[in-house]
Design a protein around this ligand. Structure first.
Ligand SMILES: Cc1cc2nc3c(=O)[nH]c(=O)nc-3n(C[C@H](O)[C@H](O)[C@H](O)COP(=O)(O)OP(=O)(O)OC[C@H]3O[C@@H](n4cnc5c(N)ncnc54)[C@H](O)[C@@H]3O)c2cc1C
Length: 397
């Protein structure tokens, strides 16, 4: 069978892209090494997770900073509203779309007004709160750990439930799902240990594994990945009222600094920039809590990470901000997260590689993925798209 499109990876990026391509009338095969439709969200004892499985699920519709990102934020809000009611009606599946208060903590001994200035250019600038106001919004907050906080309304979904619903909708619309591990790609050909799939086009939407798949196939592209570690609790009695993250995310600096020398990423065993920890937490509708997050730029996708040490660090850091969370029962879990050096998604065809496209490297991924998947599926039909034109891989060569 010759497909119009093969999409490699069925995390939230690949699942959304597959769904949009099938809606646009293409024949599509979605390939993933994991079967999410069968395993569902009950996968607590795995060793390696995907970014979608460990994500906080926050939708920063407020965070556009220019015409391009404002447009994507607005389209994304409408998309989630639509699929939330559509999937409820069609499959009785909840993606748990809701609105939460985001709380961006500002550490004690930091000037809150100065930090707030960094947020004035956003589509909806977060509001500055003093310490009592922040603690009123989030009673679990340690008032001595902050000098203030910023708050804004933040969308929220259960990313894995949304992904499973998207895959089901994709299959119902005529898409094919294959559980297989892609080892190599070449123009019009996707290879796994047991099969050679033939296709007109392919899109690599394999998140943090995108670079690895390309590298194995001798296709250079400056797309990168971090190793992320979090604590995942079972359902707990404690109630978090907000999604908490630091106002000064260190991850952005890590991404910038670690990509200054691309040659370090050409072989395993390097760490271009030291690990960082951005303490944060969110509680899902089933009362489980995710506590994060350590990010590391280890260039080996299978790098050894001591999860016992990571767990201690995460407990210590979250304990300073949210003391009640420090001793909760939890397991430490890890995954890979893709990123690009300019903080923008990498969407489009790879120069010189006929029919090979990338759909990865999203910053603010959960917001950008749906509008870009929709736009991508129209663009590959020949419709000009001024947003996709700005995200093409050729800018990274
Ligand atoms: C702790 C944490 C919190 C986050 N919080 C937020 C947030 O609040 N808001 C937000 O917008 N983003 C957040 N993110 C980021 C966001 O969740 C991810 O970037 C997004 O889920 C990535 O989706 P993806 O489909 O690109 O990648 P993934 O979910 O990693 O999916 C990649 C898929 O490719 C498959 N695959 C890989 N290699 C192969 C192969 N060789 N063959 C076949 N299949 C393969 C994998 O099995 C996987 O299913 C967070 C991430 C983390 C880690």
């Amino acid at each position: 069978m010759m497909y119009d499109w093969i999409v490699i990876g069925a995390g939230i990026a690949g699942a959304t892209l597959g769904y949009e391509l099938i809606k646009a009338g293409f024949s599509v095969l979605l390939i993933d090494k994991n079967n999410y439709v069968e395993s569902g969200t009950n996968s607590i004892n795995k060793i390696n997770y995907t970014a979608t499985e460990l994500s906080y699920g926050g939708l920063a519709f407020w965070s556009g900073t220019n015409q391009l990102t404002n447009q994507l934020c607005q389209e994304s809000r409408i998309y989630y509203q639509n699929i939330s009611s559509l999937f409820k009606e069609q499959f009785h599946l909840e993606i748990e779309y809701r609105e939460l208060d985001l709380l961006l903590t500002i550490p004690s001994q930091t000037n809150p007004e100065l930090i707030a200035k960094n947020y004035t250019h956003f589509l909806t600038p977060p509001q500055l709160l003093n310490i009592p106001q922040a603690c009123e919004l989030e009673p679990l907050l340690n008032p001595y750990s902050i000098s203030g906080a910023l708050t804004v309304k933040h969308g929220h979904i259960h990313p894995q439930k949304a992904t499973i619903a998207l895959i089901k909708a994709f299959i119902q619309a005529g898409g094919e799902l294959q559980i297989d591990q892609v080892t190599k790609i070449a123009p019009h050909q996707v290879t796994t240990p047991t099969q050679n799939y033939i296709t007109t086009n392919m899109a690599i939407a394999a998140g943090g594994f995108t670079r690895y798949i390309l590298q194995q196939s001798h296709i250079p592209l400056k797309i990168y990945f971090t190793h992320a570690e979090i604590l995942q609790t079972p359902p707990v009695d404690i109630q978090l009222h907000t999604l908490i993250m630091p106002a000064n995310l260190q991850r952005f600096n890590l991404e910038r600094q670690s990509t200054l020398t691309d040659t370090l990423w050409l072989e395993p065993g390097n760490e271009p920039f030291p690990a960082i920890l951005d303490p944060g937490a969110v509680q899902f509708c089933d009362r489980t809590i995710r506590i994060g997050q350590i990010s590391r730029t280890l260039t080996d996708i299978n790098a050894d990470i001591n999860l016992t040490e990571s767990e201690q660090r995460l407990r210590q850091h979250i304990g300073e901000i949210l003391p009640a969370l420090a001793k909760l029962p939890a397991t430490c879990q890890r995954c890979l997260v893709a990123f690009s050096r300019d903080n923008l998604p990498v969407v489009g065809n790879i120069p010189g590689q006929e029919g090979i496209y990338v759909f990865s490297g999203f910053s603010n991924p959960l917001v950008y993925i749906p509008p870009l998947a929709e736009r991508f599926s129209h663009w590959v039909k020949g419709n000009e798209d001024e947003i996709i034109n700005q995200l093409l891989p050729q800018r990274l060569v």
